[in-house]
Design a protein. Structure first.
Length: 226
């Protein structure tokens, strides 16, 4: 728990933890943990997803916020919808990206041949915008920062794969031979920063994992590049 008050709770989600119950997964989720700790969460998303304003994939770690009441939930959801809230991720991708920065735009929908994946499609998709910039280069791999304007399912994973630079360790969108080399089965994707207005006042608070704005606070940084 990074912060908590009567309206919100900000947490650092562990890799491997599912955010809310789904088919075949009824225990051990973030929602289970939040209900045990908070007792009260917003009811806008029903009994299965109480308090959940935005999600992280099971194998994505890092900062996220949940709402304790409906008023806070509606406020945070509106900030995300209007892009007032900023969500920044760090990722290690395969290959050396030539550009220093860029924007990936396109409609994201179900992959035309693999219904378990998302992809940038020409029809039946929803608009998605991902800004990226290079933080550091490691020859065959690149550490990038991604800022989301939208929140589509698997947005960063699908967008970087479409760019030709899938995430290291991503078994769904990644490069299998590289993943096997590192024995890695979880994408190197980390929710690094979340910035939003407090629902109860006009102040802006910024949360980062760890105590400082340090690269070595990101868990996969030392693992791959120490």
């Amino acid at each position: 728990i990074l912060y908590e008050d009567s309206d919100i709770i900000v947490i650092n989600k562990a890799r491997g933890m599912v955010v809310h119950p789904a088919t075949g997964i009824y225990t051990g989720t973030l929602v289970n943990a939040l209900l045990y700790h908070c007792k009260d969460l917003s009811g806008i998303n029903g009994e299965i997803r109480p308090g959940i304003v935005h999600r992280l994939d099971k194998d994505t770690s890092g900062v996220m916020v949940a709402a304790k009441n409906d008023a806070a939930h509606l406020d945070l959801a509106e900030q995300i919808r209007t892009k007032a809230a900023h969500r920044i991720y760090w990722a290690i991708v395969y290959g050396n990206i030539r550009e220093e920065a860029g924007v990936i735009k396109g409609d994201i929908g179900l992959h035309p041949t693999d219904r378990q994946k998302m992809a940038i499609v020409h029809e039946h998709g929803k608009p998605a915008v991902t800004h990226f910039r290079v933080l550091e280069r490691f020859g065959d791999y690149t550490l990038v920062e991604c800022r989301l304007e939208t929140g589509r399912t698997h947005q960063i994973r699908a967008s970087m794969a479409d760019l030709g630079h899938p995430l290291l360790g991503d078994g769904k969108y990644g490069v299998g031979s590289v993943n096997r080399k590192y024995g890695e089965t979880h994408q190197a994707l980390y929710s690094y920063r979340l910035r939003f207005d407090f629902p109860s006042d006009a102040g802006i608070l910024e949360y980062l994992h760890g105590r400082e704005f340090q690269v070595d606070e990101v868990p996969f940084q030392k693992k791959y590049f120490s």
